[in-house]
Design a protein around this ligand. Structure first.
Ligand SMILES: NC(=O)c1ccc[n+]([C@@H]2O[C@H](COP(=O)([O-])OP(=O)(O)OC[C@H]3O[C@@H](n4cnc5c(N)ncnc54)[C@H](OP(=O)(O)O)[C@@H]3O)[C@@H](O)[C@H]2O)c1
Length: 161
């Protein structure tokens, strides 16, 4: 059984993948923190989700490092091309013993290729790359790569970029 008081922080949670899982989990009663490089964008995404779910939804928005500091269950939903740099930046903020769920897909589109192709990652996968970049003692899990944001109502959310 989940502990709904344990927040789930979604880093890069302002995009379709992050808001998609956030919507589903918040509807299920989980406490969600939307992370973004910009606190205001995170707050706007959180407000948009609350408009859909209702004021009872436990959704807030924070800059990514503040989100890491506030939660030990983290979900990473950024484009592969930004994954390594973001994890290096967030490393000091990730709490010891945290779990990081990596949903990033190494799409060739990130380097000018086709969205239907993936890149080879030297470490084996994007999650294995993430595992090299997080602090010691942080567990990395790969998940949600084939969970399409299209199947949620989230495409109706419009977040100012
Ligand atoms: N879309 C889907 O259906 C889906 C399904 C499964 C897996 N995925 C994977 O999930 C990840 C996110 O997908 P998405 O469609 O939500 O992507 P996205 O909209 O391109 O990016 C998600 C968020 O990541 C942040 N971001 C963008 N570039 C960044 C960078 N260089 N450094 C740090 N943060 C950056 C942005 O948030 P801020 O500007 O607010 O920081 C953006 O809103 C991708 O790796 C994708 O392959 C997507």
């Amino acid at each position: 059984m989940s502990d709904a008081s344990r927040p789930i922080a979604i880093l890069g949670g302002t995009g379709p993948a992050g808001t998609g899982v956030a919507l589903r989990w918040a509807r299920a009663g989980e406490t969600i923190i939307i992370g973004s490089r910009h606190a205001q964008r995170a707050q706007e995404a959180a407000d948009s989700l609350k408009e859909i779910i209702g004021d009872q939804a436990r959704v807030s928005g924070m800059e990514n490092s503040a989100a890491c500091a506030a939660a030990d269950l983290l979900v990473l939903t950024v484009p592969f091309e930004g994954q390594a740099a973001l994890l290096k930046q967030l490393k000091p903020a990730i709490r010891p013993g945290s779990i990081l769920i990596d949903a990033t897909v190494a799409l060739a589109a990130g380097v000018g290729g086709r969205a239907s192709r993936t890149l080879g990652v030297w470490q084996g996968s994007s999650a294995q790359q993430a595992a090299e970049l997080v602090p010691k003692g942080v567990a990395v899990v790969a998940a949600f790569h084939n969970l399409s944001a299209e199947f949620s109502m989230v495409t109706k959310i419009s977040i100012a970029m």
